[in-house]
Design a protein around this ligand. Structure first.
Ligand code: NAP
Length: 491
């Protein structure tokens, strides 16, 4: 397939109370493709007033899914999975053009989204609660899992179909209704996902969709008309959301700065392959990217050579062009952060071995060269903050304990990976790294959607766990029922 040219911008409306509508004040914003620089959509720009209309609509529909049987909700999620898969060929190029990722990665993401709805269908139909032993022979105690009611869902632009599907699948399966605000730069594909939900029979008002910035986002987080909040995005925004949500149940999936540790005894071939996947997939815009590569002196040269060779094989280009393996970054903010982190690393003594700047001669300046940077110092921004771009930065460590110390010195703690053939070192890393997921002899970017995923307590990477049954647990609340079983004449 070749790049599309001269596509007429698509009008994209809000979805409130079962209807596609303009913003109340008539405002809209242009959606510009990072791949072409063309305006591809005119998107309704929601205000807090629109958010309040969505909250009212969601509250009117609050019982619509809760009143279905669990099996009816399970069947609904299975139909949504089918509907997403059926739309894959249409959705994948649209996702590529709007987000920037190559077509193959876009197709993978859409299939992943479908699998999440399929998993939620299965999880909810197998959800058990407990019948508990009691201290009193006349009492019986059991628990119910019930929906929260109206859940606010706010999602980022890096996996704009996959990440929302984590929340939406579990929320709907559990009997909640949803108000969803995607990141503005991936609004159009959000509308497509909602179309799939509607084709599958989601009740009117049970899913509401708003586009725009912090205004409507803050309203759906803070307004008492929503009862729980699920947010994936940056640490800075997540911190604000926690303040605005107050005492509501909150799931926060925030930024990472995941180390990939490669020890003396690692299988270097697989370590390099896995690390390159972690650095360059989705142009490095993954919360679980290999953000820092911690290598011992002994393996340093071979890892560096391997990563340079991997970077040189990356085909940077239009995401719909056959053969492209890396597209543009999604937006200027993330590209500027790459610029800043590279500049800072160089000023602190790092050497750019491959790439290191925005590519020339492509339709926008968001295309970034895959970059390999050596001799990155421990005080550099790259080691302290999330970069979120196509960068492989090497930091030399003495041994496993030094690697763990460098890894844990960062204020973020989401994911890590370690390559070693020593079971003791593997366990030491798995147990001592301060993060929610440790992949051993596997790319940092590996995640199967059912594995519990989230940030380490006290780090800036989030609160709670997402993934499989954990997301369903978050989307429900536990109610205990105490029953006195005596006949009236026994009381
Ligand atoms: P972001 O800037 O935090 O934005 C996320 C969403 O929140 C957007 O829709 C944004 O809208 C909205 N928002 C901004 N301010 C808000 C406010 N005060 N109240 C309510 N909503 C508000 O994050 P991003 O740049 O889209 O995504 C990249 C980040 O997500 C990275 O840090 C990455 O690590 C993280 N991430 C984490 C995970 C994980 O599972 N832990 C997964 C993927 C991504 P505007 O764009 O209009 O500001």
């Amino acid at each position: 397939m070749g790049p599309e040219a001269g596509v007429k911008p698509r009008k994209v409306s809000l979805f409130i109370g079962g209807k596609w509508v303009d913003a109340a004040d008539g405002r809209s914003f242009d959606q510009v493709s990072p791949a072409t620089g063309d305006v591809i959509g005119i998107v309704a720009d929601a205000s807090p007033d629109d958010a309040r209309l969505a909250i009212d609509a969601a509250n009117r529909a609050k019982r619509s899914l809760a009143d279905l049987t669990v099996l009816e909700r399970s069947e609904l999620c299975a139909r949504i999975a089918d509907s997403i898969l059926a739309a894959q060929d249409r959705l994948a190029p649209e996702l590529s053009l709007e987000q920037g990722k190559p077509l193959k990665e876009a197709s993978d993401e859409i299939r992943f989204a479908a699998s999440l709805f399929r998993d939620a269908a299965e999880t909810i139909s197998n959800l058990e609660t407990s019948f508990m032993p009691t201290v009193n022979r006349d009492k019986r105690v059991f628990t119910l899992r019930q929906p929260h009611g109206v859940v606010a869902v706010l999602t980022p632009w890096n996996y704009p179909v996959g990440i929302p599907s984590e929340y939406l699948s579990a929320a709907l399966a559990s009997g909640n209704v949803v108000i969803w605000k995607p990141a503005p730069s991936t609004s159009m594909i959000a509308a497509r996902l909602v179309e799939c939900l509607l084709q599958s029979g989601v009740p009117e008002g049970a899913v509401n969709l708003l586009y725009g910035g912090a205004g409507p986002g803050q309203e759906i987080v803070a307004n008492p008309g929503t009862q729980a909040v699920g947010f994936t995005g940056s640490t800075a925004t997540g911190t604000l959301i926690a303040q605005h949500a107050g005492a509501k149940p909150l799931l926060l999936e925030l930024g990472g700065n995941g180390p990939t540790i490669i020890l003396d005894d690692a299988n270097l071939e697989s370590a390099v392959v896995g690390t390159a996947i972690g650095c360059f997939t989705n142009a490095g815009q993954i919360c679980q990217s290999s953000e820092r590569i911690l290598v011992t002196e002994k393996v340093h040269d071979q890892v560096l050579d391997g990563l340079v060779s991997s970077a040189s094989r990356v085909r940077l280009g239009h995401p719909l062009q056959t053969g492209t393996t890396m597209g543009p970054l999604n937006n200027q903010g993330v590209a500027a952060k790459m610029d800043g982190h590279l500049q800072d690393a160089i000023e602190r003594g790092a050497k750019v071995i491959f790439g290191g700047q925005r590519a020339k001669g492509l339709p926008t300046d968001l295309y970034y060269q895959p970059s390999v940077v050596d001799q990155v110092s421990r005080d550099s921004l790259i080691n302290r903050q999330e970069t979120f771009g196509p960068i492989a930065p090497l930091i030399v460590v003495r041994d496993v304990d030094d690697a763990i110390a460098v890894a844990n010195s960062c204020g973020l703690g989401l994911c890590a990976s370690v390559y070693t053939t020593d079971i003791n070192a593997a366990f030491r890393c798995a147990e001592r790294l301060e993060c929610g997921v440790v992949n051993v002899n596997e790319s940092a970017a590996y995640w199967d959607g059912r594995t519990p995923f989230g940030g380490w307590s006290g780090k800036g990477s989030g609160v709670g766990r997402l993934g499989g049954i954990e997301t369903v647990r978050f989307m429900t609340q536990l109610k205990s029922v105490v029953l006195d079983v005596r006949y009236p004449d026994e009381r």
